[in-house]
Design a protein around this ligand. Structure first.
Ligand code: GLN
Length: 199
């Protein structure tokens, strides 16, 4: 059984731990470098990327996470976690910094400040069945992807139609939305399979 950590500096950690456990992983919160050493994969939850960035330094987790990612650790970032995996962030705070991550430009709080959250159906390439009922909460979208980045999902209609909201680059996976809030375990299963394949 793969051991998957959820970065527990800030954000909806418990929901990801529950979803990962439901998807067949041994899931645990990770806050210290020694705990990071013991996992086969990592989830960076939704929350507030500026806070996660700050706390990554306070808890001395930045360098260990960068190193594991460079060494091939599978990581799934959702919402703020997507921002933490982006090589470039628009509308970020000047002092926020991500991890070694996906070659892409994301725009923070992209869906508009009036609309704090909205829901839309999103199909994910490689995942069978109904589209995801995607929940976006002050979410980023992806404005540019590098060559090695696979676009897995886009918003299908409405004012944000065609916006990229799910991507993968090698062992790194990111979504703008929060599958951990809907009880739909398919994305967590997809990530657990990715971790199994990488171990
Ligand atoms: N707006 C948040 C940020 O910038 C992300 C929101 C979320 O994770 N639900 O990090």
């Amino acid at each position: 059984v793969p051991v998957i950590g959820v970065l527990a500096l800030q954000g909806d950690v418990r929901e990801h731990v529950a979803a990962l456990a439901g998807a067949g992983a041994e899931a645990r919160p990770v806050r210290r470098p020694a705990e990071l050493d013991a996992v086969d994969g990592l989830v960076i939850p939704g929350g507030e990327s500026t806070t996660i960035s700050k706390l990554a330094d306070v808890f001395e987790m930045r360098e260990p996470i960068d190193k594991r990612i460079t060494a091939g650790l599978p990581v799934y970032g959702s919402c703020a976690g997507m921002i933490m995996l982006a090589s470039e962030v628009l509308d970020g705070r000047p002092d926020q910094r991500g991890f070694q991550g996906i070659e892409m430009t994301v725009r923070r709080n992209a869906f508009g400040r009036q609309v704090d959250s909205f829901e839309a159906p999103v199909r994910i390439a490689g995942i069978e069945g109904e589209p995801f009922h995607a929940i976006f909460i002050r979410a980023p979208w992806v404005e540019r992807v590098g060559e090695g980045v696979e676009v897995l999902g886009r918003v299908t209609d409405g004012p944000a139609a065609d916006r990229i909201v799910a991507v993968r680059q090698g062992n790194l996976l990111a979504t703008s939305f929060h599958p951990e809030l809907t009880g739909d375990l398919r994305l967590h299963r997809y990530f657990v399979d990715l971790v199994r394949a990488a171990v």
